[in-house]
Design a protein around this ligand. Structure first.
Ligand code: GLA
Length: 341
């Protein structure tokens, strides 16, 4: 019998969305909102209670199939399937993340579950396990952005991720840059969205012009389908913006960083078409606040949260804007603590 507490942070993507599955670049940070699991490794059943949903799951290991109810328990089952887990666990899941809001609540649940169940391996292996579990649980062909952000989180740092080489570079965040996240009020689920369709369009583009991050926008003229060409243009320009955003952070230039976030939002809205009027209006509202350098939709889109970069104190109470908002800090990686054995 081993008693443990596992915690995995969510993430906010500062810039670089819908680039991960196209071998591009992104600049997220792990945040001080996340999922914690406390409990005991014992027996041959997974018995977990979710504080958020106030429901339970009780499954016998080893498990063959993750398609179970309630929905949140699918992630637990999928991780157990992917780990070939043979020891049970009894405990509680608690999360400070809004669910399905673009802050990686599911990746955080996957990683916390894996660590609670006894995963041993590198942070990259943990992230890959989380990604496979996402697919097993809900069939979403997600990239590695969310799981890498949670596995490699670092206090006070954003993470520059190169998805072609799968490398993560820590970028110190300027102390005078505050990061605010505000929920638009629109709930979304990746499985129900056009995520897979966007990914397929990028793959079509890659099959015509090759690796998008090394293309110029002129190279995209070879793509005849105008929708596919616009999707590809988002990826090409977004990777350029991420590279510039890295330099802006390293140079302490919050104003330029904000401009790049604004341009990223326009590209996600017009070329990638993953925003919506409610989200656009929230972005505008935040940008109009003095001291806000820039704002954009974050994560997969189709609703969820907006992220803003601003001067300290520019937004005194992020929760007052729509009822759900947070001042977030860059936090450390997914981890597990042994409480008793
Ligand atoms: C979701 C996916 C990620 C990534 C983002 C968009 O969060 O899980 O892999 O594609 O959308 O950047």
């Amino acid at each position: 019998m081993t008693r443990v507490r596992a915690h995995a942070p969510g993430r906010v993507n500062l810039i670089g969305d819908h680039t991960d599955y196209a071998g591009g670049l992104a600049l997220p940070m792990a945040i001080d909102l996340g999922t914690s699991i406390i409990g005991t490794r014992e027996g041959d059943r997974l018995r977990l209670h979710s504080e958020q949903f106030d429901t339970d799951t009780d499954l016998r290991v080893p498990l063959q199939d993750a398609r179970i109810q309630p929905d949140w328990a699918r992630y637990i089952a999928a991780v157990a399937v992917e780990m070939n887990c043979t020891t049970g666990f009894s405990g509680l899941i608690d999360s400070t993340l809004p669910i399905g809001a673009g802050l990686s609540s599911s990746a955080s649940l996957e990683l916390a579950t894996a660590l609670a169940l006894g995963f041993e391996g590198t942070p990259l292996e943990l992230a890959l396990l989380g990604q496979r579990s996402e697919f097993t649980a809900v069939g979403v062909p997600c990239g590695l952005l969310d799981q890498l952000s949670s596995a490699f989180g670092s206090e006070g740092h954003a993470l520059m991720i190169d998805f072609a080489s799968i490398t993560v570079e820590q970028i110190p965040l300027p102390p005078e840059l505050e990061i605010i996240v505000v929920h638009s009020g629109v709930e979304r689920t990746l499985a129900g969205s056009a995520y897979a369709e966007r990914r397929a369009a990028c793959e079509t583009a890659i099959s015509i012009v090759g690796e998008l991050r090394s293309c110029s926008t002129d190279d995209l003229a070879a793509i005849t389908d105008p929708v596919v060409r616009r999707r590809a243009r988002h990826v090409v320009t977004e990777c350029q913006r991420v590279t510039e955003a890295r330099s802006a952070l390293l140079g302490g230039d919050g104003i330029h960083f904000g401009e790049l976030m604004n341009a990223s939002h326009r590209s996600l809205r017009d070329d990638f078409e993953v925003s919506m009027p409610v989200v656009d209006a929230l972005v505008e509202r935040l940008r109009a606040v003095p001291g806000v350098h820039g704002a954009r939709i974050t994560g997969a889109g189709f609703g969820g949260c907006v992220v803003a970069a601003c001067e300290p104190g520019a937004i005194a109470d992020p929760a007052a804007i729509t009822g759900r908002g947070w001042r977030v800090r860059a936090s450390g990686p997914a981890r597990v603590e042994l409480l008793e054995s």
